[in-house]
Write a protein of this length. Structure first.
Length: 178
């Protein structure tokens, strides 16, 4: 009789996966540099800012979607575009969408790959008289969950071929929740 109850419990019982928090708000800090032909114009420096993401996924899934909005404030040094008041000040906002996947067995670590659009505004003109640029943005990253605390690292490449190109390495820390 006990065996029959165990078999019935196993067959009829459904194991529910633990849901990951669908959203998060994070603070961001890192290093940035001009890339390609824009390396000398922009120089190198820092970025700080915030990100908000929505990435609904359950822990038994290996793939999911990711949507992220970020705003980064930066200061770039040693570039030819910093004419008036060094450093060259920047504000960059982007919206990216992509995939989130888990190639390993732990259910608390995920890789992300995202593409989207960004806008960059500088305090000094970078190309002639232009201070505002719009173009594509891309990022790859790693998210690690510790309960509701999320820590991540991203490599970001922004305004590809449509303005001053920047490459950034950022560290993120924030709170995940519904």
């Amino acid at each position: 009789m006990l065996r029959a109850l165990v078999v019935v419990a196993v067959v009829t019982g459904s194991a529910h996966a633990e849901p990951l928090p669908a959203g998060s708000i994070e603070v961001v800090a890192g290093m940035t540099s001009g890339a390609g032909a824009d390396a000398k114009k922009l120089g190198y420096g820092y970025v700080i800012g915030a990100e908000a993401s929505w990435q609904p996924m359950r822990t038994e899934k290996r793939w999911g979607v990711a949507l992220r909005w970020s705003t980064l404030f930066g200061g770039l040094y040693d570039g030819t575009a910093e004419n008036v008041n060094p450093p060259l000040r920047t504000v960059q906002m982007d919206l990216t969408a992509g995939v989130r996947f888990r190639p390993w067995t732990t259910r608390r670590r995920y890789l992300t790959a995202r593409l989207g659009a960004g806008i960059l505004r500088t305090n000094d003109p970078v190309d002639g008289t232009d201070r505002t640029f719009v173009g594509p943005a891309a990022a790859v990253g790693l998210d690690q969950y510790f309960g509701t605390l999320v820590v991540g690292v991203d490599v970001r490449y922004a305004l590809v071929a449509f303005g001053p190109e920047q490459l950034a390495l950022v560290v993120r820390i924030g709170v995940a929740g519904p």
